[in-house]
Design a protein around this ligand. Structure first.
Ligand SMILES: [Zn+2]
Length: 307
């Protein structure tokens, strides 16, 4: 079984390490089958390894299968060497990595690279079933749309509580206790949309810090404190500075790397940015390992990706 210590620690080492098909296979097999490979059809462990094809054959039901079966790599004609390098780049490039960069780096078409990245982002989605507790910052922002309308739009939105035309609304929640963030695309920044997401994610009785937007009014089950940005941005511990910091990182990645994102796909980029933010204190190798550990049991077809 592949140990963490044997893993590459830089992109250069990753490229070298994963240029060996057996190393790729061992890496993926170790996370997919921690107790050794088993037949996906009958679960038998009586297997023979077909060295020339890099596949297993089940001695009981005769099924042949590769290490890609039942993972996000399933049905992909792209080799694991390319997949794992793309995974390394997405996990570790601070501002994200575009499909054009991936296409050039691993020699696939841009369309293929784009699909690979969407699958990898699907893996990065870590929907936690646990509610957030302690001190929580909640804030919302707009992504996309036309920048030149921003100024007027901001004023309109301040008055009506609606977003500027063509922009997606994103709600963010940040736990100060573990410094982890969650972000969601929501239909509008009206009260029902905002409050439903907060109640879904935050434990009753938690301390909730927001700005003075009316949509946050009435969250009575929380110790809710408001800082009115018309007056000041920080009032003791009542502020949303860490959430604001996340927004600036997110916007830098979107502007610098992705240029524009269709609203339909925005949630995947949020998953990506949340993952890197939440795991930012890890080493590159550990972050890569965390992505890799999530590949089993996840699949995403072209139809699902493109809607
Ligand atoms: Zn079998």
């Amino acid at each position: 079984m592949t140990q963490l210590a044997e893993w590459p620690s830089s992109l250069m080492e990753a490229i070298k390490h994963f240029s060996d098909p057996m190393a790729c296979l061992a890496t993926v097999a170790a996370v997919k089958w921690p107790n050794g490979p088993a037949c996906p059809k009958c679960e038998s462990k009586r297997l023979s390894f077909l060295k020339t094809r890099l596949m297993w054959k089940c001695l009981d039901c005769k099924k042949q299968f590769s290490v890609k079966v039942g993972t996000i790599f399933e049905d992909s004609p792209i080799g694991l060497d390319k997949w794992l390098c793309a995974m390394w780049m997405l996990a570790n490039c601070k501002n994200g990595v575009s499909s054009y960069e991936i296409a050039r780096s691993i020699k696939v078409t841009q369309k293929t690279a784009w699909f690979m990245l969407q699958r990898l982002r699907h893996v990065l989605h870590t929907g936690s079933i646990n509610k957030m507790t302690g001190e929580i910052e909640a804030d919302e922002t707009f992504i996309g749309g036309k920048a030149r309308n921003m100024h007027l739009g901001k004023r309109v939105e301040k008055i009506h509580g609606r977003g500027p035309h063509g922009k997606a609304v994103v709600l963010g929640l940040l736990s100060r206790h573990n410094q982890k963030v969650r972000a969601y695309v929501i239909p509008t920044r009206r009260k029902p949309d905002i409050q439903a997401r907060i109640r879904e994610n935050v434990e009753q009785g938690a301390a909730l810090y927001t700005d003075a937007l009316k949509s946050y009014e009435g969250l009575a089950e929380y110790a809710h404190q408001v800082v009115d940005h018309a007056e000041k941005y920080v009032d003791g511990s009542v502020h949303t500075n860490k959430m604001e910091n996340f927004w600036s990182l997110l916007k830098r990645a979107i502007k610098g790397t992705y240029v524009s994102i269709e609203p339909f796909h925005l949630f995947r980029y949020l998953d990506e940015q949340c993952f890197r933010y939440n795991e930012r204190k890890d080493s590159d190798a550990t972050r890569f390992g965390k992505v890799l550990a999530s590949i089993a049991g996840k699949r995403l077809t072209w139809a699902q990706v493109t809607g």
